[in-house]
Write a protein that binds this ligand. Structure first.
Ligand SMILES: Nc1ncnc2c1ncn2[C@@H]1O[C@H](COP(=O)(O)OP(=O)(O)O)[C@@H](O)[C@H]1O
Ligand SMILES: [Mg+2]
Length: 328
């Protein structure tokens, strides 16, 4: 296989991982099983997969925090295991559930502390810390203890702390976990900005598919340690788009259980959900006639149809199809 995904052809690679394996002692299966991928300079690779897929283990191996059983990680030409210090100097990381900040310290004290660990010269550190506070709109909270921060502010500060030594590579493990919609949106904008304006190469693990859909260039889906898919986001979405469009039939009220049961017996894959407060029945097919039959059946069963929309599948739907296929 080629390491670079189609989107990456002929561009320089910031991170390359090759045949990476991790077998934790006493674990029945490898947490990471022979995976390879590359992160292009200035691009975002989303590492997706259900709980326990091996995402965090992969991130920790790239950060040099977990030793692989076998395989290699290269960061801007430096091997993480044989040239650890050089390689790690290029990396900033915000790990999931880790102690990324000191709660009793203020934002400013955290920045100075984490910058000094990274051996950033004092004058440069002060300048960068101020810049990052401004960039993340935290200047007004400079001297406030972090324990008084909202989850969103804490996460922004954790990312700021990981950027003090101006690393070319940023590893973000579940950066929007537990954030409200607005704070998650801010993190999403920051990730997009860091990649496109600051040319950071970003590895992002997430459960939130719309985040990956918004910011990722490449998608790597893993499940039970193995690769499920590795492709550019555009080509992945296009590929699924060609397999079938989706029709959303919006109803003016919830269908009766009996109606739904009848519909399901004729169209087993029909999906019922509330979409922005609107009762919606979704059905996917590559066959236009079958879609029309579906819409007709909904109508014949007595449901009041308010609106009909055709769309391509979202990354979330693609992801569910991919991971379901792999586990069944
Ligand atoms: N330190 C560890 N020791 C033993 N097993 C571990 C350890 N860390 C993770 N695992 C196991 O490795 C697998 C992958 O975990 P992880 O990398 O955290 O997945 P994810 O981040 O995708 O949820 C899981 O089965 C998990 O239980
Ligand atoms: Mg994890």
């Amino acid at each position: 296989m080629t390491l670079a995904s189609p989107a990456q052809a002929a561009t320089s690679l910031a991170v390359t991982i090759r045949n990476l394996n991790k077998q934790y002692r006493a674990a029945p299966h490898p947490a990471v099983n022979n995976i390879s991928f590359a992160i292009l300079e200035g691009s975002v690779l989303a590492l997706l997969g259900p709980n326990g897929a091996g995402k965090t283990t992969t991130v920790k191996m790239i950060a040099g925090l977990v030793l692989p059983t076998s395989g290699d990680v290269d960061i801007l030409g430096c091997n993480v295991f044989s040239q650890r210090a050089q390689a790690i100097a290029h990396v900033g990381a915000v790990l999931e559930g880790a102690r990324n900040l000191y709660w009793r310290l203020s934002a400013w004290e955290n920045l100075l502390y984490f910058g000094s660990i990274r051996l950033v010269p004092r004058r440069q550190l002060i300048q960068r810390a101020d810049e990052l506070l401004a960039l993340f709109e935290l200047t007004a909270h400079k001297h406030q203890p972090v324990r008084e921060f909202s989850r969103g502010m804490q996460q922004k500060l954790a990312i700021a702390c990981s950027l003090l030594h101006d690393p070319a590579i940023l590893l973000l493990d579940e950066p929007t976990l537990g954030l409200d919609v607005k704070a998650a949106k801010t993190i999403e904008e920051i990730i997009g900005y860091l990649a496109s304006e600051r040319r950071k190469s970003i590895l992002l693990t997430t459960h939130q598919m719309h985040l990956a859909e918004e910011v990722a260039h490449d998608i790597f889906v893993m499940n039970e340690g193995v690769q499920v898919v590795y492709e550019s986001k555009e080509s992945l979405l296009k590929r699924f788009d060609m397999q079938g469009k989706i029709v959303d039939v919006e109803l003016s009220s919830s269908p009766a259980e009996e109606t739904l049961a009848q519909l399901r017996s004729a169209f087993p894959s029909v999906d019922q959900q509330m979409n922005g407060g609107i009762e919606t029945l979704s059905y996917s097919s590559h066959n236009q006639q079958e879609m029309l039959t579906f819409i007709n059946t909904v109508d014949t069963l007595g449901c009041r149809i308010d609106n009909i929309r055709y769309r391509r599948p979202t990354l979330e739907e693609v992801f569910l199809t991919l991971t379901e296929k792999k586990t069944t």
